[in-house]
Ligand binder design. Structure first.
Ligand code: NOJ
Length: 544
C-alpha cells in the first residue's frame, strides 16, 4: 500500500457497505462483491479511506451473514474467493483499506462445527459451544438466568439429541462458541490469518464484549436500570458481557493481527457496549495493546441540541484522551437512519454530518447516509429480518411503527439508490431482495451528483477536507465560547487551526469570531465585521 505509516487508521474515514443492498451486478436482486468492486471508484472519489464490508461469508442468511457457516468461504450469491481477492486488490489500488466484519461470538446453527457439536455429548467438537445441563426434573429448566436481547427470554436453547442446553446470546439459530476451548481459538485465529494473508486491513468485531462468559455460569444479578437505547434492563450482565476476559481476548487478537507486517498495520475496531471505563479497557494498555478502536455509539441516540453536542464532545475528550480516539457513528445497518431521527429535516442531518466529520474521532458512514437516505417503513409482519420475529413476536404494528428504533431492521437496509431508473441502478431485477425506498427516484446518487448544493456534495467535501487537513484528521479538539444554540470548537494541529461552528437552533445566530468560511452545510452563512452570521440549523467550517 502506498500509505505505509502504521497509524493510517487514525486518520481514516470508514464507509460501511452492506453488500446485500449496495450493488447487484448479476440481476438476481441481491447485491454482490462484483457490484461493490464496480462502485469502489465512487467511494474513492468520496474521499473514503476504509471500506468496511458487512459479512459476505458462507451463511444460511437467516441473519443476513451474521450467522456464518464457513468463515473462509464466500456466500455464492455474493461471489467467490477470487472476487473477494479482486475487491481487496482493487480497493488498495484506489488507495483504500478493506475491513471485514468478524462474527466471533457465534456461528450459524448450520455451521458444520455446530452440527457435529450437537450430534452427541462425546463427539470431537462436543465442547466447541457452550453446552450445559439444565435444572429441575429432567434438566428441562435453563441452566441459569442468562437472557437474550432486551432481557426478554432465556438465552438457552434445548437440544433433544444431547438433552442439554446450548447458549445462543443473540438469536436461537446463532449458538455461542466456547472460546475457552483452545481448539476453537485456534480455528478462529486460523480464519483470521486466512483473510489477513489475502490482504485485508482489519476487522470490525461483532458484539465483541459478549464473547467470554463467566466460566462458572453464575446468574446475572437483578439490578434494574436503563440500558442503551432507553431500554430497561432488569439484570446487570456482569457474567455475560464485558467480562475482563474479553480484554485479554482483545489483546490476544491484537497479537495475531500484529504478526503481519508489524504492529499497527492492520486494524481492529470493536462493537462493544458499556460505560466509558469498560469500553476503553478493550484498547488494552502500553504493555499489551488491545483493539485499535471501539465504536462510541452515543451519537446514534443524539438529541439535536447544542447542549447534547457540547456535553458529548467534552465527554469524549475525557473518555478518549489523545492518543486514543472514539470511532464515531450516526447510523448503521441495525439502527434508524439520521434523517428519520431528525424528522426528515435535511438541514439537521447536514449539521450532524458536519459534526461527525469534523470532531475528533474516526467517523463511520453507513451506505446511503451521504445522500440522506431515509428508513423505509416495512411492517413487522413479513419482515425478512429475524430480530423482531424472534425477540418481539407479540409487538403490535402500531407500536413498532411509532417507536424511534427500528425493530424490523429491513427498514434501514433497503437498496442503495444510485439513479432514477426502475431498479434505482441497484439491480436490473424487478424483485430486489428488499423493496426500494419510496424516495429512490428523487433522492439518489445521480440526482445529487448533478446538484452542487446537495447533501452528497456536502459530505464529499467534508470527507475530503478531513482527509486533507491535518487539523481535522490529527488535531486536538477544544471547545470555544459560544452561547445558546451554538456549539463551536477548534481543531488544532502544529499551530494551524480550523474552527467549526454549529447553529443548532431555529433562529439565525451571530458567532462573535472570525475566519473565512471553508464550507457551510447550507446557504446564507456569512462572515461580517461583527462575527459569523449563521442561519438556523446550519454549520460552518472556518479558517483564520
Ligand atoms: C450485531 C450486528 O450489527 C447485527 O446486525 C447482528 O444481527 C448481531 N450483531 C448478531 O451478530
Amino acid at each position: 500500500m502506498s500509505e505505509g505509516a502504521g497509524d493510517w487508521w487514525r486518520r481514516t474515514t470508514i464507509y460501511q457497505v452492506y453488500p446485500r443492498s449496495f450493488q447487484d451486478s448479476d440481476g438476481d436482486g441481491i447485491g454482490d462483491l462484483r457490484g461493490v468492486i464496480d462502485r469502489l471508484p465512487y467511494l474513492a472519489d468520496l474521499g473514503i479511506g476504509t471500506v468496511w464490508l458487512s459479512p459476505f461469508f458462507a451463511s444460511p442468511q437467516r441473519d443476513f451473514g451474521y450467522d456464518v457457516s464457513d468463515y473462509t468461504a464466500v456466500a455464492p450469491e455474493y461471489g467467490d474467493l477470487a472476487t473477494a481477492r479482486e475487491l481487496i486488490d482493487t480497493a488498495h489500488a484506489l488507495g483504500m483499506r478493506v475491513v471485514l466484519d468478524l462474527v466471533l461470538n457465534h456461528t450459524s446453527d448450520e455451521h458444520p462445527w455446530f452440527l457435529e457439536s450437537a450430534s452427541s455429548r462425546d463427539n470431537p467438537k462436543a465442547d466447541w459451544y457452550l453446552w450445559h445441563d439444565g435444572r429441575g426434573r429432567g434438566g428441562r429448566r435453563p441452566p441459569n438466568n442468562w437472557k437474550g436481547p432486551l432481557d426478554l427470554r432465556t438465552a438457552w436453547r434445548w437440544s433433544e439429541t444431547r438433552r442439554q442446553w446450548y447458549l445462543a446470546s443473540f438469536l436461537g439459530f446463532q449458538p455461542d462458541l466456547n472460546w475457552r476451548n483452545p481448539e476453537v481459538r485456534a480455528a478462529m485465529f486460523a480464519a483470521i490469518r486466512f483473510w489477513l494473508d489475502l490482504g485485508v486491513d482489519g476487522f470490525r468485531l461483532d458484539v465483541f464484549g459478549w464473547i467470554m462468559k463467566d466460566p462458572a455460569f453464575r446468574d446475572n444479578p437483578l439490578r434494574p436500570r436503563l440500558g442503551g437505547g432507553d431500554v430497561i434492563r432488569l439484570r446487570d450482565r456482569v457474567f455475560t458481557e464485558g467480562t475482563p476476559d474479553n480484554v485479554v481476548l482483545a489483546q490476544d487478537l491484537r497479537a495475531v493481527v500484529d504478526e503481519v507486517d508489524g504492529a499497527d498495520d492492520r486494524m481492529l475496531v470493536g462493537e462493544v457496549f458499556g460505560g466509558p471505563a469498560k469500553v476503553r479497557s478493550y484498547l488494552g494498555d502500553e504493555r499489551r495493546p488491545g483493539l485499535h478502536l471501539v465504536f462510541a455509539f452515543d451519537l446514534l441516540e443524539f438529541r439535536f441540541t447544542a447542549r447534547f453536542v457540547r456535553e458529548t464532545l467534552e465527554r469524549y475528550e475525557r473518555e478518549f484522551p489523545a492518543p486514543s480516539l472514539p470511532a464515531t457513528v450516526l447510523e448503521n445497518h441495525d439502527r434508524s437512519r439520521v434523517m428519520d431521527r431528525v424528522g426528515g429535516d435535511e438541514r439537521k442531518a447536514r449539521v450532524l454530518a458536519m459534526l461527525l466529520l469534523t470532531m475528533r474521532g474516526v467517523p463511520t458512514l453507513y451506505q446511503g447516509q451521504e445522500i440522506g437516505m431515509r428508513n423505509t417503513y416495512l411492517p413487522l409482519r413479513g419482515a425478512l429480518d429475524p430480530f423482531g420475529r424472534e425477540v418481539l413476536p407479540w409487538m403490535p404494528e402500531w407500536i413498532s411503527r411509532r417507536i424511534p428504533e427500528r425493530i424490523n431492521r429491513d427498514e434501514v437496509r433497503t437498496p442503495m439508490p444510485w439513479d432514477g431508473s426502475a431498479g434505482a441502478g441497484f439491480t436490473t431485477s424487478a424483485h430486489p431482495w428488499l423493496p426500494l425506498g419510496p424516495e429512490s427516484g428523487v433522492r439518489n446518487v445521480a440526482v445529487q451528483e448533478a446538484d452542487a448544493g446537495s447533501m452528497l456534495h456536502l459530505v464529499r467535501d467534508l470527507v475530503r477536507l478531513r482527509r486533507d487537513r491535518p487539523e481535522l484528521h490529527s488535531g486536538s479538539l477544544r471547545l470555544l465560547p459560544a452561547e445558546g444554540d451554538v456549539v463551536a470548537f477548534a481543531r488544532e494541529h502544529e499551530g494551524r487551526a480550523l474552527h467549526v461552528v454549529l447553529n443548532m437552533g431555529p433562529r439565525e445566530a451571530l458567532w462573535p469570531g472570525s475566519g473565512d468560511i471553508l464550507r457551510a452545510t447550507g446557504p446564507g452563512a456569512e462572515a461580517t465585521a461583527a462575527g459569523i452570521r449563521i442561519p438556523a440549523c446550519t454549520g460552518v467550517a472556518l479558517v483564520e
